[in-house]
Design a protein around this ligand. Structure first.
Ligand code: PA5
Length: 446
């Protein structure tokens, strides 16, 4: 029995009766069969299902070698990408890093920073300011090779590196990850002679964390990509089972059952800030996969206990159109106990000697019970520890459940046609050649 991700639905049981949940389980198993038959909608984007098995020792060796080469004599690596071309790496690096890694006096590996995930002038100007006083390299990632945000950031970083290290020096500090043949980034990489990695045709951005898109930045940050892939491979085998105890089936079934009852919002809850970007990654995965045809749970996230002091009131007593999914980590890495204080002015001596994780656990259990009492169904996922192996398992679990859940909802979980609308308007307003008429029409509405 694989216990890397334990699912507990007891705190949702009073909201969905057992008989109807069994029916939802059956629907989820059917959706899993459809997914694995590779005959469903979006079946040309199912390469992610087998990524943990196809990421062989040789592939990982190549990635580790490239990471080592890029890191030589470098203290900052800027990873340029947006959406699925950045969130997987960001999620894993943040989850596994020391919380104050940027302030540690000595680091064995370069600090990984991100760019091109927005077009803020302040953000990029301040990044360039920092790069002036550091030795930097860059990984530029774009599957299409034509996305505006990373393309703008890459222009800036490329210019900076070329001015600082010369064209030849800059070339050795840049790795491009893109389509094998198409797109402006592929053309540029070949023309400039950058080292490159390929994003497989059949893997969409938000499912690409186990390709070089996620693995190269993660390896640069010094994390064990072998263990990450091993965790994902174990979960791939576990979630292939066409049974009701498959955790991906259980999660997909429970969230669809709740959605059908009018619970339109899923709130992903964590109790460690290290999981903040895992939540951001999950939001993209589920939002972009399911939000179509005017359907789909709206995925949001909270960081507890911080957000109990901002969102806690709404969650306890606001509109009952939501449910929570708690991601819990059983064991923290560090050990820290609350000290005794002779004066006890804060009256906390009843906690003296207790570890912070014990307080956090009681906050978690207390919140879960309070929210259930307040009418909020709770699903709970637990991983034993926040390390590469269990994170690999958790991310793969969410991917598999997302494919199953999307098919249950009756949408194609592997496309994102709606993302184009804003791009067309932005190009039109920026006077991109070919968009003149649309630009004129839009300006009349502003
Ligand atoms: O999941 C997706 O497909 C998107 O989020 C893309 O990853 C994102 O739009 C970036 O696209 P690209 O990698 O083509 O620059």
């Amino acid at each position: 029995m694989n216990t890397t991700v334990k699912i507990d639905l007891r705190a949702a049981a009073s909201f969905v009766d057992a008989a109807s949940l069994t029916l939802w389980h059956e629907k989820a198993v059917n959706a899993l069969v459809e997914l694995e038959s590779r005959k469903g909608a979006g079946n040309d984007f199912l390469g992610w299902i087998n990524l943990p098995d196809t990421c062989t020792d040789a592939v990982r060796h190549e990635l580790k070698t490239a990471a080592g080469k890029l890191s030589q004599g470098v203290d900052l690596v800027v990873v340029i990408g947006i959406g699925g071309s950045y969130l997987g790496a960001k999620a894993v690096v943040e989850a596994l890093s020391h919380s104050f890694t940027a302030l540690l006096p000595q680091r064995k590996h370069p600090l990984v920073l991100f760019a091109g995930q927005n077009i803020s002038e302040d953000y990029h100007a301040e990044l360039l300011e920092v790069l002036n006083t550091h030795s930097a390299a860059c990984i530029v990632i774009s599957k299409s090779g034509t996305t505006t945000e990373p393309a703008i950031a890459f222009r800036l970083i490329k210019q900076h590196l070329e001015e600082k290290y010369g064209k030849a020096g800059a070339k050795n500090r840049i790795v491009a990850i893109t389509d094998k043949a198409r797109g402006a980034l592929r053309t540029l990489a070949e023309q400039e002679g950058y080292a490159t990695f390929v994003i497989p045709d059949d893997v969409g951005g938000r499912f690409s964390v186990f390709t070089p898109v996620g693995l190269l930045p993660i390896a640069v940050a010094g994390f064990d990509i072998d263990a990450l892939i091993e965790g994902a491979a174990g979960m791939a085998a576990h979630t292939a089972a066409k049974t009701h105890d498959n955790p991906a089936v259980q999660y997909a079934a429970a969230r669809n059952a709740l959605y059908a009852q009018g619970r339109k919002i899923e709130v992903l809850v964590n109790y460690t800030p290290k999981l903040h970007y895992v939540t951001e990654w999950w939001k993209q995965l589920y939002g972009e996969s399911e939000g179509k045809a005017h359907k789909g749970l709206f995925p949001v996230g909270v960081d507890f206990t911080s957000d109990l002091h901002s969102m806690g009131q709404y969650l306890q007593e606001g509109e009952r159109h939501l449910f929570e999914t708690v991601v819990s980590v059983a064991q923290e890495k560090q050990t820290l106990a609350i000290p005794h204080d002779a004066q006890n002015l804060d009256q906390l001596n009843f906690l003296a000697g207790k570890r912070l994780c014990e307080c956090n656990r009681m906050a978690e259990l207390g919140t879960l019970l309070a929210h259930v009492d307040g009418g909020v169904p709770n699903l709970r996922l637990e991983i034993p520890a926040l390390d590469e192996y269990h994170l690999g398992a958790l991310l793969y679990f969410f991917e598999k459940a997302c494919g199953v859940s999307g098919y249950m909802l009756g949408v194609n979980p592997f496309d994102q046609p709606g993302v184009e609308a804003y791009k067309k308007n932005m190009f039109a307003l920026l006077n991109k050649p070919g968009f003149e008429a649309q630009g004129e029409a839009l300006r009349k509405r502003i």
